[in-house]
Design a protein around this ligand. Sequence first.
Ligand code: RFL
Ligand code: PHB
Length: 398
Amino acid sequence: MKTLSTQVVIVGAGPSGLLLGALLHKTGIDHIIVERQSADYVLGRIRAGVLEQGTVDVLGRAGVAERLHKEGLRHDAFALIFKGEFHRIHIAQRQHGKHMTVYGQTEVTRDLMDHRAALGLQTIYSAGDTVAVRDFDTQQPRVSFRQNGEEIEIKARFIAGCDGYHGVCRASVPAGSIQNFEKAYPFGWLGVLSDTPPVYHEVTYSNTERGFALSSMRSLTRSRYYIQCGIDEKVENWSDARFWTEFKARIDPEAAKRLITGPALEKSIAPLRSFVAEPMRFGSMFLAGDAAHIVPPTGAKGLNLAAGDVNVLSQAMAEYFTEQSSGGIDNYSARCLRRVWNAERFSWWFTSLMHKFPDSPGQSTGFQQKMQEAELDYLMHSEAALQSITENYVGLPH
Ligand code: RFL
Ligand code: PHB
């Protein structure tokens, strides 16, 4: 058996794990990242595209925002379509100049990987399904795995569980010590990435009788579009032609006329769920990002919450190692969960507002739709409601 030792073992090299590593390195904390998949596999996942200003600031503090500042697209507004009408919602005017940045998760991940490689920081990829977390109820936790026939164990003071929703860290906590809060939605999102100019200049959410659609982008020449689909829908049943026909039917008629279609570079279905695990600390192990919480993607909060968690965690660990104070780590869970529940509420509300729901028992056909129409009408005619949606969309303070 090979034994390594470090101050923090990070499980998972998604955006949470990589960003935590960069922030720990800044404060001189030694760490090793262990990732189940290969680096190429991690880079191949197409996910988030919209960053809050707080996330851009954290990436800047971590020293990985150079390309983001050059290539990221500043978005001062987003739009809603309902009853066939287009409504632009200005964020920056209402939120003291704060704005969103369009820069793909793939690019954030690539920048973080390049940064680690340039600094010679250790990431163990392709650790497979044998990763196990041990003794996290003591001050000497360990992470073990088998690689190329060899058993490897890493001893550390802390474990950071950055291993996503399906990871091993949360799953290793005894049932009596954790409480899960969950809501599954009766639909998913079918997403397509294509090298075509985005049909709208800004991120545009559309509520139609046929269901929800979202028009987003990764650059001025690369579009990212989504449509609401059935929970059991199979991606094989969606040819490119079928996707484009359905997408066109869910945007305003003028946009449908100018839409440029092309082959899908990626096509996938994601289920929608709200999920929070409480607490986010178990002795010497901390959960961060999707390992601890999931939001439905309406509102683009997932990656931004992950950045918030690891920002708080890196500060707490710096306080522990450099000032011998455990105040930060003791507060970690409560401090993160407050922000998490705010984002859960907003993502749930925005999802409920924009999607087509099956009728619920005790509700006549069309009741839900009438409620949505009334809420959307209120939203567009009330400055207070517009303040609220933009305040949440741009991200509550870290
Ligand atoms: P990740 O990205 O899932 O990374 C976890 C990593 O852990 C590894 N892993 C393990 N490693 C070692 N041992 C094990 N046993 C392991 N088990 C798992 C995994 O291989 C993986 O590499 O979680 P992380 O880092 O917390 O990052 C979270 C974000 O990826 C996620 O919140 C966002 O992508 C959510 N999201 C969006 N967030 C935004 O802020 N803005 C958006 O515009 C946005 N759009 C989206 C989204 C998510 C989507 N999907 C597919 C769910 C759009 C979509 C469609
Ligand atoms: C995306 O670009 O993938 C995206 C944008 C906004 C969202 C969700 C996803 O609310």
